[in-house]
Design a protein around this ligand. Structure first.
Ligand code: SF4
Length: 311
């Protein structure tokens, strides 16, 4: 399978005002991240909140500047970035303009980016609504007239309206009721298969990730520490951080019978990153070398690799 996305040695930093003393401080959000996403797969990024997942999504989406490194997207529609790459956000309510009717929200990208006639635009809008399980009775309604799940369907329809190849979904179900989450996850899976889409799927919920993804990258303090097929990550996790994440979800832990790893302490501040392996301050297996040197990737199988001196 060809790569649709290749990210090499990516660093993203930004500044923010300290809540304690008002000083401007540097946040090291993404720190030397390498990642390939294959055409037609759902690649999930998992990690605690604050690990840099959303910053990575924004960097790929060109919503924030990168400090260094490369993000290459090999799209067949390279003339217009936002025709080939779209994003689905966590909160569908804040991502839909409350003053616009659904018909306007969905037609606007076509009016701006194409020269299609009104009737053709209406036909596409109705088709996209149908693709996400809604119908044309929605066209004259406002976002507040829908439930959370329906609003997320509308946001997905808008993301699909220009027929993108690559969708970044940043916690797309975490604001929804548990009963609705499965419907939206199944919808995303169906859309991926029906339209040959590629997804970067970001979530803190390992249950959701296990269900939807083909491959997984485990992220810790702005770095990918383990990558593998979903099956490999869940049945044979190698990195102590991956084991700790799985151990924290009792159902997943019991199902996979992995040795329990307890996380020590809190996630360190991204303003003051640990030296060496960034996980050494919380790792129960940390050795002297871990404090000074950041491990390279070790291959565990052709599709599974991780960064840890234990291997
Ligand atoms: Fe733990 Fe050392 Fe492996 Fe880092 S390199 S995960 S500190 S054992």
């Amino acid at each position: 399978m060809n790569n649709l996305v290749e990210i090499k040695n990516l660093f993203v930093e930004y500044t923010q005002k300290s809540e304690i003393n008002g000083r401007i401080e540097k946040v090291h959000a993404v720190n030397g991240l390498d990642l390939d996403i294959k055409k037609g797969e759902i690649f999930a990024i998992a990690g605690e909140s604050g690990c840099g997942k959303s910053t990575l999504a924004k960097a790929v989406m060109k919503l924030i500047k990168i400090k260094s490194g490369e993000i290459n997207i090999f799209s067949s529609k390279s003339e217009n970035f936002y025709q080939s790459v779209q994003m689905i956000f966590q909160n569908p309510y804040s991502s839909l303009n409350p003053k616009m009717k659904i018909g306007q929200i969905l037609s606007e990208p076509l009016e701006i980016n194409t020269k299609l006639k009104k009737e053709e635009i209406l036909r596409i809008v109705e088709q996209k609504l149908s693709d996400v399980g809604l119908d044309k009775s929605c066209l004259n309604l406002y976002p507040h007239e829908f439930s959370g799940g329906q609003r997320q369907r509308i946001a997905i329809a808008r993301a699909l309206i220009l027929n993108p190849e690559f969708i970044i979904a940043d916690e797309p179900v975490s604001a929804l009721d548990v009963s609705i989450q499965a419907q939206i996850i199944n919808l995303l899976k169906d859309l991926k298969n029906n339209f040959n889409l590629t997804f970067l799927f970001i979530s803190h919920d390992l249950g959701v990730i296990q269900y939807i993804s083909d491959r997984i990258g485990i992220m810790y303090l702005g770095e990918i520490v383990e990558i593998g097929n979903t099956e490999e990550i869940f049945s044979d996790p190698k990195h102590p951080y991956t084991k700790a994440l799985l151990s924290a979800v009792p159902k997943l832990h019991d199902e996979n019978r992995i040795k329990k790893v307890e996380l020590e302490g809190e996630l360190p501040s991204v303003k003051n990153l640990p030296s060496g392996c960034k996980f050494h301050t919380r790792c129960p297996y940390a050795m002297e070398i871990c404090k000074n040197k950041n491990p390279e990737f070790t291959d565990f199988s052709p599709s599974h690799k991780g960064k840890c001196f234990l291997y």
